[in-house]
Design a protein around this ligand. Structure first.
Ligand SMILES: Nc1ncnc2c1ncn2[C@@H]1O[C@H](COP(=O)(O)OP(=O)(O)O)[C@@H](O)[C@H]1O
Ligand SMILES: [Mg+2]
Length: 148
């Protein structure tokens, strides 16, 4: 699958919401990156991570997406300037139905399933996902998938 193409679709899908929140999405991508995968799987991963980066951002915030081709793997990075998470929240992030409940998240809707599904898909491809996050600073999700 052509990652750049799928990324553009994912950004297009979230764009109305990004405009509403005045969140700017920047793409930093190597050209024409391909990976051996089911496009539906990659679409689910990208849609979830980009929608979270917009949803849990602050108004007028920024999302930076990086697509990089390494020797044996591709890396996708989704960085936001949003509400972030503390260590405890971070540790529960990939659990089914887990959602942070706070003053900042109470008006944001969701199922708490997105990241658990993302994690399962990444595992299926023998990839890795990890997150860096700081409360009120933002979060960065790093996804690596082997090329073959
Ligand atoms: N980029 C992010 N910044 C801050 N919190 C996040 C981010 N992504 C996910 N979270 C937290 O992790 C929870 C689980 O995410 P997810 O599984 O995608 O479920 P949902 O978005 O449906 O709530 C979210 O409810 C939110 O509390
Ligand atoms: Mg989500």
């Amino acid at each position: 699958v052509h990652l750049n193409h799928l990324l553009n679709n994912a950004i297009e899908a979230i764009n109305p919401y990004a405009i509403q929140k005045d969140v700017n999405i920047n793409v930093h991508a190597d050209q024409d990156i391909y990976v051996n995968a089911d496009p539906n799987d990659i679409e689910i991963v990208m849609n979830n991570l980009i929608s979270n980066a917009v949803k849990y951002n602050k108004d007028k915030g920024t999302v930076d997406v990086y697509l990089e081709k390494k020797k044996d793997e591709i890396e996708m990075i989704f960085q936001d300037t949003g509400i972030g998470m503390n260590e405890d929240e971070k540790s529960k992030l990939f659990t089914e139905f887990f959602r942070v409940k706070s003053e900042k998240t109470k008006k944001i809707s969701g199922s708490g399933l997105g990241l658990s599904i993302v994690k399962r898909i990444i595992d299926l491809y023998n990839g890795q996902i990890r997150v860096d996050s700081k409360p009120d600073k933002g979060s960065t999700f790093f996804v690596k998938i082997p090329v073959k």
